[in-house]
Structure formats: C-alpha cells, structure tokens
Design a protein around this ligand. Structure first.
Ligand SMILES: [Zn+2]
Length: 185
C-alpha cells in the first residue's frame, strides 16, 4: 500500500486509466490530486487513489509526538510525510521550519536535517498541514542515510553520524537516546 501526495507522479497516460484522485499533466504524466493510497489494477489497467480516512488524520493533535520521513526540503523548510502518531499508523503532512530545529540560531538547515531522514517530532497545531518542532532533546532525527553513498549512518558521539561504507561524516539534530543505528563499542 503506497501512500502518495498531491502532485506526485504515479504513472504515465499510456500505462493506465485514471479512476479517482488523479489528473494528467501537460507532459502526459499521471499525478495524484489528493493524499491517499495508490491502487493499481493490472487486469483492468486502472489506477486509483483511495483518499485517506479523515478520522485517521484527526488523530494528529497539538502536542502529539509523530514519526515521519523528510520528503522534500528547501533552505528554510522541510516537508515531512507523517506515518505514525504515538503507536498508531496515520497519513498526514507536516512542515518543519528552520526556526523549529533548535533553540539556538540555525544557519544551515542541512546540518540539522536532510531529505529521507526519519524524524520524531512534536506537533504544534491542530489542522493540516501540521507544524512540527524538533527542538526538544527527545525529538529529532532517528535514522539517516549517507549523502555520499546512501548507506545508513550510525551515531558515534552526540550529533555526529558516520557511514561505515564510505567513511563519510555528517551532522544532524539527532534524538537523544533514540537514534536507531548506533555503532557497537
Ligand atoms: Zn557513505
């Protein structure tokens, strides 16, 4: 079950007949027009997006701790696909602004967070898109990939991550005590 976001390419025009939640762009790409799960029927050659259950969306509240993946990033904002709130599966979009990364002044967003990072974050409002914060020590990056080779990054000292494959060292705002991959001593 693949989750898709508005604007995401889900196929090409010749490939399948769009049924619901999809539009065809000028170049003939099929793109999602809603947040939902992608459904392909290879026999009928149809493609459909089933909208996300509103009740599930409402599970995310101000104060909630959510887990998500950074799907896009600019110099000021990270776009996060939220997939878990507390212990429940959800589908929602969160926005993490550079001002919500740390209590100190942040000059370079990329030394705190990068696309494809998995993060744990606090929700600051009640309506989507959710505004997120990773200022608290118990929030931040819980898993990351090497920008150089794509292998997983392991924590060494607090705030420093290392790639066992290529030796690359990177920085993130990691969660205190909750980072998934830790180098054995
Ligand atoms: Zn690497």
């Amino acid at each position: 079950m693949k989750l898709v976001l508005p604007g995401e390419i889900v196929g090409v025009e010749e490939e399948a007949i769009p049924v619901n939640g999809i539009y065809v762009d000028k170049r003939g790409y099929l793109r999602a027009s809603i947040i939902g799960t992608l459904q392909l029927d290879r026999f009928k050659k149809t493609i459909n997006i089933r909208p996300v259950n509103k009740r599930i969306l409402q599970a995310v509240r101000q104060g909630s701790i959510v887990e998500g993946i950074v799907i896009n990033q600019t110099d000021e904002i990270a776009l996060v696909r939220i997939y878990r709130v507390d212990e429940n599966r959800v589908v929602a979009i969160g926005i993490l602004h550079i001002s919500q990364l740390a209590s100190e002044y942040v000059q370079d967003i990329y030394s705190y967070i990068k696309p494809s990072d998995i993060i744990k974050a606090r929700v600051l409002n009640n309506i989507p898109p959710y505004v997120l914060s990773i200022k608290e020590p118990s929030t931040g990056v819980i898993a990351a990939q090497c920008s150089n080779c794509g292998s997983r990054l392991y924590t060494t000292l607090q705030g420093t991550l290392v790639c066992k494959n290529c030796g690359n060292q990177e920085k993130r705002k990691t969660v205190v005590g909750g980072y998934i991959y830790t180098l054995p001593r």
